[in-house]
Design a protein. Structure first.
Ligand code: ACO
Length: 332
């Protein structure tokens, strides 16, 4: 790839997040399923998670994240050309959550749509936004990763219910100033492994019936141990691709934010990249696995807390059901 191809064409202008107030601790879960605080912390790194209150939906958090990101970017909703929401837990199958966000914030000239890439949804959105800005088909793109996983969590399955949380994160992308921005991005899928992490019913194959509900088919099912192995392999692959595309050695990386699914997965990837702990952002202890929301929530937190500084070269890496995976290398 030529040096010109490495020049950023789009950059992140602002970030935001929408986090539910209600917190459920590991001790709370000890009362619901056969588990312990010690097991959850040691096997996953999670201490608590935020859960959306009844009566509220994905778009309620997405709107908060979107408005915060727009304010941070110094832009108005009417400036937006495109709104993309990465989610597998939309308010309803249609219209898209992106259209609901568009109406609520008044982004009158935007095209709006959702993408289904599970935990990789936000980075798939970043890849699309960068491509649109690069090609000149859009100037300002709002990318949201938002998930209410606890609505599709089987609270009788201790292998999954201790892992998930709810939340939304957002980023506004616009034209690069010439030095800062997306240096490279990468995405990939392998549908042959879909059965390891999926929700069987609720679509056209098994529409909701009394039987599908009785058989508990509307919940996430996951082969945790298998998924773990693929998560480490694919996120390492995504990290390598983004770095190689941009011609950057891992030693020259300042900051890493991976999908927050399991602290042992994050540590395994950091080890493969030979990154010291202080370059790796971790907030899984507070939020659990929020799927598509995990990277934008972490990104927003890291920027606002000053851990992710101007001048840093930051790698984002995700993995999720599908399987899907992806990465973006960003010069801040
Ligand atoms: N409390 C206590 N014991 C438990 C619990 C629990 N909550 N859950 C499972 N166990 C038990 C199991 O029954 C098993 O017992 P056994 O040995 O007697 O059979 C034992 O603990 C070990 O179970 P494993 O599943 O092998 O545990 P593991 O160390 O693999 O950790 C975990 C499980 C945390 C799920 C891990 O496999 C993981 O994080 N996997 C990847 C998750 C991920 O990356 N998901 C991707 C994105 S998610 C998305 O897209 C929505």
């Amino acid at each position: 790839m030529t040096a010109e191809a490495h020049k950023p064409k789009s950059m992140i202008l602002g970030t935001g997040s929408g986090i539910p107030e209600k917190i459920v601790t590991n001790q709370d879960l000890e009362k619901i399923v056969d588990t312990t605080d010690e097991w959850i912390r040691e096997r996953s790194g999670i201490e608590r998670r935020h859960i959306l209150e009844e009566g509220k939906a994905n778009s309620d958090l997405s709107i908060i994240a979107a408005e915060q990101a727009l304010e941070d970017a110094g832009l108005k909703a009417k400036d937006l050309d495109v709104i993309i929401v990465g989610t597998v837990t939309p308010d309803s199958p249609f219209p898209s959550t992106a259209c609901r966000v568009q109406a609520a914030i008044g982004a009158v000239k935007a095209a709006a749509f959702d993408i289904s890439a599970a935990c990789s949804g936000f980075l798939y959105g970043i890849k699309l936004a960068d491509s649109m800005i690069r090609s000149g088909s859009a100037r300002y793109v709002l990318v949201i990763g938002a998930e209410i996983l606890t609505r599709i969590t089987d609270w009788e399955d201790r292998g999954t219910c201790v892992l998930f949380g709810d939340g939304a994160g957002a980023a506004v992308l616009g034209p690069s100033d010439g030095t800062r921005g997306i240096l490279s991005s990468y995405f990939k899928s392998d549908g042959r492994l879909a059965h390891l992490l999926h929700m069987e019913a609720g679509g056209s194959r098994y529409p909701a019936t009394h039987e599908t509900v009785d058989k508990r088919m509307h919940f996430i099912r996951m082969e945790g141990r298998e998924v773990f192995k693929h998560a480490v392999r694919t996120m390492s692959d995504a990290a390598t691709h983004a770095l190689e595309q941009a011609g950057i050695h891992p030693d020259d990386l300042d900051f890493l934010i991976t999908h927050q699914a399991n602290i042992r997965i994050i540590e395994a990837i950091s080890k493969r990249l030979k990154l010291p702990k202080d370059k790796v952002f971790i907030n899984i202890q507070e939020y659990g696995n929020t799927s598509a929301a995990s990277i934008p929530i972490a990104l927003n937190q890291a920027r606002r807390e000053g851990a992710l500084k101007d001048g840093f070269r930051c790698l984002l890496v995700a993995f999720g059901g599908g399987f899907t995976w992806g990465s973006a290398l960003i010069q801040f």
